[in-house]
Structure formats: structure tokens, C-alpha cells
Ligand binder design. Structure first.
Ligand SMILES: [Zn+2]
Length: 484
């Protein structure tokens, strides 16, 4: 293939076009036949499995159990919580016919499962001994999407949704923060994202929640992406579904509930945080192949190098490293190098006869930035598992630091409107805001930026609102950004 056909639109030219090209070129996804639907191809699905296994381990380690609730929900359930039904109405898929016959009561396809989980919780909880009830499910949900984008906005997506019930508001509030902490840890430690935990303003809250918390990550075009959310429901859902327990005095007390979710959009966040003009870049913790070995040589040489490559891959697998041998005979090593760069493999090894004679293999990193040798380095074959384990750990840390530095370099503390406009054009602005939702609407209309969160770690501060000059609410600066 000619070089022109293989290159992608540079990020600096059109970030959005770059993204839309690399998700297909890297063979992560394909378009589904129905508008807004997405086929996750094996390479993309493996990334999801790795993320899922990591998060699932953390969810279970904190005492939650997985369960599974039905896809179809009676329409009447959705209608019980007024804000909830209003919030989801524009996105809801409704089933009205089965086998050609109209249903007496239409069914909705879950956009989330608070209602059906609430119904079951009411059945399963009777005394304080049944509390807390800590549930999680891995599932798909459907929300009609007008402007679909692969991973970021698709009508059907995969996620986990945690649902918990507690005796007291304090317990439920602690659970909300526990879940947020799990997300922040996965986001930073596993996905190497530059995310910030914080609370949403009332205008940005989940439909039916009393408080909504979020982790917001910065993408390489300076926009924010909401990577996960955790909601404190108070007694809103308990009241409409009758989730109660018998208190010490023998009276029925309402439970306090939470829900929290992380979705396949995380894969989009990983692509937009780490990718470059050569393609995607995967943190080793989420890379289907952490190391790809390309055997070099033709004819008899190829047989020798191929079997040595297979042996090396087996050695690496025993050391817990996900290695893959690219044995495609029909394409050149150069093509393979470009292909694995596009697909974001952290480390590539070349293995030729001369390398074998010397007992070495030539290692190069997906990001060779700053290395005087351009990143290539001969490493001894017998030390390969140890060397590569250390290199992968260093690569993961480097990505985390690079993302955090990029976020910090593109975040500005602003006190005047023109500065604010300039800051959100290229990154994030930290500014004070009054508590008036109309002011948020005004800021959005002028700049397309929205308050992403009130950062948990923000310093206490008061002053005039960045837009209208009225006294600030929230007691600290908010992060504003254009968002995905
Ligand atoms: Zn204002």
C-alpha cells in the first residue's frame, strides 16, 4: 500500500477526523447496520475485557456482588420517578409489539436499571440485617443517539452499573465516594488518563439524583470527557419503589440508594488521551498485545527467525507479558511496523538472523520521544522477560505523567471573561461561578463550554462569577471546558 493511503489526518489539522479514522484503521470497531450502533471488533473488545477485569476486581474487593437484571422493563416502572422519566424520555427505546401483536403494557429497553433494581431491592430488603445491599451488573444499555461517534456516543453501549442500598444517608454518601475512588484509580493507574474527581452542578446532575459526582479527563485537543459517574440518590428511588427496612423502633424506614457507572466510552478516552499522528497508543495495562515480535528474513531464514520468535513469545507469556508474533508472510516488515504503530502496541521487537547470532533482539517503543537513538535498542534475549517487564512498567508511568503534564499545561486559572473565552478554546478554565443555572446556559451559548465539575481537591475560594459578576456559589473554582 502507498504511504499516502496509510497515513491519517494529523491531529493538529482536524482532531475529530483523526479520531474517526484511527478507530477504524486500528480495527477497534466497525459501523453497525442501524444508525448509531457499533460493532466492537476483537482487538477493541480485548481492550474492554482488560478494563472490565481490572474494574471488576476492584468492585468485588470492596464487597460488591455481580447480578444480572432483565433488558426489558415495564414502562410503568420508568414512569414512577418523575425526574428520571423526564430525563430519559428523548432517548428511550420502547417495545410496543411482540409477534405482530400489540402489547397491553409497552416495555422499555433499559437506558439504565435503577427502576428494575429498585423493584427487586424492595422485595429483598426487610430488616437492617439486609443492609447494605451492594450490587453490580455488567450489561448493555440503549439510549437513542442523534449524533453518534464510535465509543463516545453510540445508541447501544456496554457498561457496569453499581446499585446499592443503605440504612443511612451517611453510609450511602460514603458508598458514592467509594465508587468514585474506584473509578479514579482505574482511570489513572490502568488507563493512564489525566482525570479529576469532582461534583456536578445541579444543572448537570443525573435524572433523579440528589448529588452526582464525576471523573473528568482531558483529551489531547483540550476538551473534557466524563469518564465515569457516581450518584447519591438520597431516598428518591426508595420512596417510589418502597425500598424500606424495619428500624430499631419497629417502624419502616426508607433506604438511601446509590448508582454508579463506567462505560465503553473509556476506550474513546484512552484513544484521545494518548494517540498521535501515527495512530493510537495503548497503556500496557490495556494493550491486547503489550509486545509484538516481527521476525525478519525470507526463505530458510524466515523459518529460523519465526521459530525463534515463537519461542520468545512463549517465554514472555510465561512471565505474564502479552506477546504476539506477526507471522504474516504476505506483508513486509515495514508494513508491519506501521500497522502495529497504528494499533498502539507499546513495544515492538525485531528478530533477524544477525540478532539471533548475537543473542539479542532489537526493541523499539511506540513513543520514542526524547530518546537519542530514536528508541531502538538491542536487548539480550535471555534477559528479555525482565527487561520488557521493566520497560512496560516505565511506559505505563510515562503515559500517566505525560497526560497529567498535558492537562496541567492546558489548564488556566481565570478571573476575567476574555481570559475565560481564550482558555476554553484550547483547554480547561478554573473559574468561579454563581449558582444560577441560567448563567451556565449563557456561558454555554457563548463558548460551548460547560462546568465539568467542582473538583474535590479545590481550595476554598469566593469572589465574583466569571460571567455575571454575582457572588460565587460552591465555595471553590469549577473546571469549565468544551466536552465530549
Ligand atoms: Zn453567574
Amino acid at each position: 500500500m502507498a504511504r499516502d493511503e496509510r497515513s491519517v489526518t494529523p491531529q493538529s489539522e482536524d482532531f475529530s477526523a483523526w479520531y474517526n479514522e484511527v478507530v477504524f484503521r486500528a480495527e477497534l470497531v466497525d459501523r453497525g447496520p442501524v444508525r448509531g450502533s457499533m460493532v466492537i471488533r476483537p482487538y477493541g473488545y480485548r481492550i474492554w475485557e482488560l478494563l472490565q477485569a481490572d474494574l471488576d476486581g476492584r468492585i468485588k474487593a470492596t464487597g460488591h456482588q455481580n447480578a444480572y437484571f432483565p433488558l426489558l422493563i415495564p414502562q410503568s416502572y420508568m414512569q414512577r420517578e418523575a425526574e428520571h422519566v423526564e430525563g430519559f424520555a428523548p432517548e428511550l427505546f420502547t417495545v410496543t409489539h411482540v409477534g405482530g401483536k400489540e402489547l397491553e403494557e409497552p416495555l422499555v429497553i433499559r437506558p439504565t436499571s435503577e427502576t428494575i433494581v429498585g423493584e427487586m431491592m424492595a422485595k429483598w430488603i426487610s430488616s437492617h440485617r439486609d443492609l447494605p445491599l451492594l450490587l453490580n451488573q455488567w450489561a448493555n444499555v440503549l439510549r437513542w443517539e442523534m449524533r453518534p461517534r464510535m465509543f463516545l456516543r453510540t445508541s447501544e453501549f456496554l457498561w457496569q452499573e453499581g446499585h446499592t442500598a443503605h440504612a443511612t444517608a451517611a453510609d450511602a454518601a460514603a458508598e458514592t465516594m467509594l465508587a468514585l475512588g474506584l473509578y479514579q484509580d482505574v482511570s489513572v493507574e490502568t488507563a493512564a488518563l489525566a482525570s479529576v474527581p469532582g461534583e456536578k452542578t445541579p444543572r448537570e446532575r443525573f435524572a433523579g439524583a440528589e448529588r452526582t459526582f464525576t471523573i473528568e479527563a482531558m483529551m489531547r485537543d483540550g476538551r473534557a470527557l466524563q469518564a465515569a459517574t457516581s450518584h447519591f440518590m438520597g431516598t428518591n428511588f426508595a420512596a417510589v419503589f418502597g425500598i424500606t427496612y424495619t428500624g430499631d423502633s419497629g417502624t419502616a424506614e426508607l433506604c438511601h440508594t446509590t448508582s454508579w457507572g463506567m462505560t465503553t466510552r473509556m476506550i474513546g478516552a484512552v484513544i484521545m488521551t494518548h494517540g498521535d499522528d501515527k495512530g493510537i497508543v495503548l497503556p500496557p495495562a490495556l494493550a491486547p498485545y503489550q509486545v509484538v515480535i516481527v521476525p525478519i528474513g525470507r526463505g530458510e531464514q524466515a523459518e529460523t527467525t519465526l521459530s525463534a520468535a515463537a519461542e520468545l513469545a512463549a517465554t514472555l507469556a510465561r512471565a505474564g507479558i502479552r506477546a504476539h508474533v506477526d507471522d504474516r508472510p504476505q506483508v513486509s516488515p515495514g508494513y508491519k511496523f506501521n500497522d502495529w504503530e497504528m494499533r498502539g502496541v507499546p513495544i515492538r521487537l525485531e528478530l533477524g538472523l544477525r540478532d539471533l547470532d548475537a543473542g539479542t533482539t532489537l526493541m523499539s517503543h511506540r513513543l520514542s520521544n526524547g530518546r537519542p537513538d530514536g528508541g531502538k535498542e538491542a536487548i539480550p534475549l535471555d534477559a528479555a522477560p525482565d527487561v520488557l517487564a521493566a520497560e512496560l512498567a516505565a511506559f505505563q508511568l510515562m503515559l500517566t505523567r505525560r497526560a497529567a503534564d498535558f492537562r496541567d499545561d492546558h489548564t488556566a486559572v481565570v478571573d476575567f471573561w476574555p481570559e475565560f473565552v481564550a482558555a476554553v478554546a484550547v483547554g480547561w478554565a478554573l473559574a468561579l461561578l454563581c449558582g444560577d443555572p441560567a448563567c451556565e446556559d449563557d456561558i454555554k451559548a457563548e463558548t460551548t463550554a460547560t462546568p465539568r465539575c467542582i473538583p474535590l481537591a479545590g481550595e476554598p475560594e469566593q469572589g465574583p462569577c466569571i460571567r455575571c459578576g454575582k457572588p460565587s456559589a460552591y465555595g471553590k473554582r469549577l473546571i469549565f471546558a468544551r466536552a465530549y
